[in-house]
Design a binder for this molecule. Sequence first.
Ligand code: PMP
Length: 318
Amino acid sequence: MSGELKPETIVFFENRLTPLSEARVGILTHALGFGTGVFEGIRGYWNERENQLFLMRPREHFERWKQNCGILRIEVPPTAAELSELTADLVRRNGYRGDVYIKPLAYKSSQRIGIHMDDQNAFAIVPMPAPVYLDSSQGLHAGVSSWRRIEDNAIPGRAKICGSYVNGVLASDEARHNGFDEAILLTEAGHVAEAASSNIFLVRHGKLITPAASENILEGITRASVMALAREELHLDVVERPVDRSELYVCDEIFFTGTMVEVAPVVRVDHRPVGSGEIGPVTAGLRHLYGQAAHGRLEAWRHWLMPVYERVPAAAGK
Ligand code: PMP
């Protein structure tokens, strides 16, 4: 999938369907000046055999979006179910038959200079072919960033607030200039929080370990999915607890999770091999399971998925 964004792409903007090329905001928009937007990222997976496109947990994404918009006092009136339907409709109208990525964005829309917030809000939903983000097939080399993860009482990191992404942008920019594929950010207390735009997991003594929600992480939906798969399918203990930086150097496996990166193995951290330096068995197993579940190939997890196209009964026997 190339991820090319065509100007004629049909998007939802200012309460109507419009071509992407016409979905524009003014230079004095509050969200542009002060970062007062909240976005989401949702993926859809194409299943060739069923001739079907499945949206991955759209309701959970829209529930999170609506809750996080509340932090900025932005109201998105439709329900999560209505937003999911609207998204499926957009995907159908664009005729996508391949993996897709959908970006909902709610924002403070008034045109003015002052920092104080008012109640002028707007939201948009932009669908696109899934972009290639980070090729992790051979495993990634991650570096601990000199930038610290934003604190909840500065800008809440649990919400996908536009302005807060400067934190991840600075960290990943530094990481790339230093020769790493991705950055890992520590909290002000020195604990591992997450990567620039994904959550982090470690495997140690046979347990799956991930920083808790109170470690200034974004509460990832892929994180929740992977925890469920680890518990139910692999019968692993999953522990949410503080993780020291040096634990990254002594654990057996590390991987990132996120809508974009899916399950991405990390094989080196700060120039040290992670475990054997190869992609580990737990990571490989979870990566496979997640891919199977997201494509609708695991019956037990089909409830995560929303089919976009009308089902054709003859092809539904898989
Ligand atoms: N952390 C950050 C900072 C992110 O931007 C993302 C991507 N949304 C994640 C974690 C992973 O979240 P999710 O699995 O819901 O995509």
